[in-house]
Design a protein around this ligand. Structure first.
Ligand code: MN
Length: 195
């Protein structure tokens, strides 16, 4: 017997497409380039793209899991290929509102990095390849970055359902590091806008 798709009490299953990260069971939230003003280093290159086009930079699921400590939130995050000047398309990234909560991301397809940093300034970049999981420790902000210029980066994430998202801190301060293409290679550099 088929359960309700989202039966958080008795359990449920749903399908994700491993190549696209999408699911027939639920829609995604889309973030367009115009939603990310100020987050890329090169504002004039950003404005130049928007004159002719406002691409979807990434989309992700929000399943509506009950926001309780014992529940899990999960879904796919899909970051599309592209660059603003030499900076790869990326997600906004966030801290968790409950800072002491970790998260796992399993790469289903594509090639990219997870950029992480904590409030004290420690940072790291972990590579995403299909089948490779990244553990984001508690207290670390995290942002997915797609370094493949043809294929989307698709990851499946799971975290504590009541963790919450703090986007504001990152929108105000930025990340300490950027991932840019330098001589054809992804290279972490200092963010000139970081404050
Ligand atoms: Mn998170």
């Amino acid at each position: 017997m088929q359960n309700n798709v989202f039966d958080y009490i008795r359990g449920f299953g749903l399908d994700f497409d491993l190549a696209t990260g999408l699911s027939n069971a639920t829609a995604t939230h889309k973030r367009y380039l115009s939603d990310m003003r100020g987050m890329y280093a090169d504002d004039s290159a950003f404005d130049e793209i928007l004159k002719t086009n406002d691409p979807v930079v990434y989309e992700f699921h929000e399943m509506g899991t009950p926001e309780h400590a014992g529940d899990l939130a999960f879904g796919c995050s899909i970051t599309y290929p592209g660059k603003v000047a030499d900076e790869y398309f990326m997600t906004k990234g966030h801290f968790h509102t409950i800072l002491d909560t970790a998260e796992t991301y399993l790469c289903l397809s594509g090639h990219g990095y997870m950029l992480m940093e904590n409030p004290e300034g420690d940072w790291s970049g972990q590579e995403f390849l299909p089948g490779r999981m990244v553990y984001v420790p508690k207290r670390y902000a995290h942002r997915s970055i797609n370094i493949d210029l043809k294929e989307p980066l698709v990851t499946f994430f799971v975290f504590r359902a009541d963790a919450g998202h703090d986007y504001g801190t990152i929108e105000t301060k930025g990340y300490r590091k950027l991932l840019v293409e330098c001589d054809g290679q992804p290279t972490f550099i200092d963010n000139p806008k970081w404050k």
